[in-house]
Design a binder for this molecule. Structure first.
Ligand SMILES: [Zn+2]
Length: 365
């Protein structure tokens, strides 16, 4: 298996101005470079970087961004960034130079996608920052300034002949941005697996299944807090896989947040690095069935500097088809928790989401 990998030093220099507010000592920030840089370090230390093919992120033009965002949005972001920083909306602050870094993040996802579509690599992981899955066309949200995956997908549809894309979002928060961009588009399937009502509070319910003409191409699985591998895998096997099979994509993209880990300060889920690897195995099985094995993963959230590096290492090891080269330190106990098993109230939520997917036409009855 050949695996591509995108990262760039500049991703770590984006300032999200997430400083915990003025009333406490600095240091409890969430959206910082730390978890991503430590993931890169672990990939280096374990020799994993030597086994994967480094890809350069593309410098995207405003015209590339404007396939998704209005020209006024892109211009406003650029002007504020040039002036020292600002905000694009809802928890979407940034410092000087973040426009170029965010455009390079979207261009990193595109570089991964292009290499996979052209057959230069089988799969690819884009370790980008800032994340993108909360960004809507006209509103930055939740640390996301540009809609990285839609920008990359739209460029691929325009220039690479990609037609039907399935985006599966396992970040612990709802993939509202991707869903909103593709709400009325029947050729992109958007599936979000997230903690119920975490962020954004008002979206991600099972009733959201797509706009007129695209019903059944937005699917949501709002898992209860406390869900572990059992719930995630039950959701994958009973809802996600059948929906992707019915949709028949020619490309699969994973919005890969690691904030559903059992150590994350922002989420209340229980996934372990091994749990993320098993989801990756399932994504590869779908890719084998539909896309000739082609699979792209774009990094999203993940705020535990302890867990994120190992989640990333285990996922990329699965892409490579090798055992993870090192254990998850002192935190392997996560895999042994009773609550990794599917609980009855989690099953009920997934079954209800599946019923909604069937009613929408996304899954055959
Ligand atoms: Zn998240």
């Amino acid at each position: 298996m050949s695996v591509g990998f995108v990262c760039d030093e500049r991703y770590f220099w984006h300032d999200a101005r997430d400083d915990g507010g003025p009333f406490v000592q600095r240091g409890a920030d969430m959206e910082t470079p730390e978890s991503r840089r430590r993931m890169l370090n672990l990939l280096s230390l374990t020799g994993t970087l030597d086994r994967i093919e480094r890809l350069q992120p593309l410098e995207l033009d405003p015209t590339d961004l404007e396939r998704v965002h209005p020209a006024e949005y892109v211009a406003s972001f650029r002007a504020q960034s040039d002036a020292g920083g600002g905000s694009m909306g809802d928890y979407a602050d940034f410092g000087a130079g973040s426009y170029e870094i965010a455009a390079l993040a979207a261009g990193g996802v595109y570089a991964a996608l292009e290499a996979v579509v052209r057959g230069e690599v089988t799969s690819a992981y884009a370790l980008v920052r800032p994340p993108g899955h909360h960004a809507e066309r006209t509103l930055g949200r939740g640390y996301c300034l540009l809609a990285n995956i839609p920008i990359a997908v739209e460029k691929a549809r325009a220039e690479l002949g990609v037609t039907r894309v399935a985006v599966i979002d396992w970040d612990v928060h709802h993939g509202n941005g991707t869903q909103s961009v593709y709400w009325d588009d029947p050729d992109v399937l958007s599936i979000s697996l997230h903690q119920n009502q975490l962020f954004p509070f008002e979206s991600g319910t099972t009733g959201e299944t797509g706009g007129p003409g695209a019903t059944g191409t937005s699917l949501n699985i709002p898992l209860p807090a406390g869900s572990g591998s059992g719930a995630y895998e039950y959701a994958w096997d009973t809802l996600i896989a059948p929906a992707v099979d019915a949709f028949a994509p020619d490309l699969i993209v994973i919005a890969s947040g690691f904030d559903a880990s059992g150590l994350d300060p922002m989420g209340r889920m229980l996934l372990s690095p091994a749990g993320f690897a098993r989801l990756t195995r399932r994504a590869l099985d779908l890719a084998d069935r539909w896309t000739g094995g082609r699979l792209v993963l774009a990094h999203e959230g993940g705020y535990s500097p302890v867990a994120v590096p190992f989640c990333g290492l285990y996922v990329i090891s699965e892409l490579l088809g090798v055992e993870p080269p090192v254990p998850f330190g002192d935190f392997g106990y996560l895999d042994d928790l009773d609550d990794q098993q599917l609980n009855i109230h989690q099953r009920a939520v997934v079954d209800a989401a599946r019923d909604a997917a069937v009613r929408s036409g996304a899954i055959p009855d």
